[in-house]
Ligand binder design. Sequence first.
Ligand SMILES: N[C@@H](CCC(=O)N[C@@H](CS)C(=O)NCC(=O)O)C(=O)O
Length: 209
Amino acid sequence: MLFYDCATAPSPRRARMFIAEKGLEIPTREISISKHQQLSPEFLSVNPRGTVPVLVTAQGNALTENLAIATYLEAMYPQPPLMGVTADEKADIMMWTAIAEAQCGLPIAEALRNSNPHMKGRAIPGTTNFDQIPELAQRGIQRLGLFFDMLETHLQNRTYVATNQFTLADITTFVFVDFARVVKYRVEDTHPNLKRWYAHIKARPSASL
Ligand SMILES: N[C@@H](CCC(=O)N[C@@H](CS)C(=O)NCC(=O)O)C(=O)O
């Protein structure tokens, strides 16, 4: 296997955390987004869509989505289970993973990529250049606020985001909640349940990677 990582970006961090939680050590190549290495001919021959992370499987299949990487590693290395055991657990974990992607990850991307001067012409990741739309940045911040509030209520009587164990849903939610700092959004005392959950997940060794 070969893992294509990027130390500064949230999506590769999700896969990195998942790999660490499985106790795996996979040969890794760093791709610098700031140096545009994701758009180099060499990397595009691995992922023609020009995004990280990528996991090249033992069979030589290039997996270019977090969900695919997690699904593959969970099937290959079932212990500890990070994607549930029963049908209800599996479904709940996928549901909260999808919620975190759509309602936290995407609003951050919307806010950051449509406002940061370094991302001019790079409003969407990938091989096509898109102009920034400043109104989308404002909407992204507004949506992020709604997500933090929703999560605060959801975590009221819960230790983890989905099921009663640490799962992929915690990884995805944690990485995006943490990354919200790039648009000056942080977990504050106004959200005590979210703060408690965030500190709990942050204490895991995989969260420091
Ligand atoms: N849906 C993909 C998202 C991958 C993605 O968008 N990665 C970003 C980094 S967080 C990227 O490669 N950006 C390249 C760019 O900005 O050009 C996943 O979950 O793995």
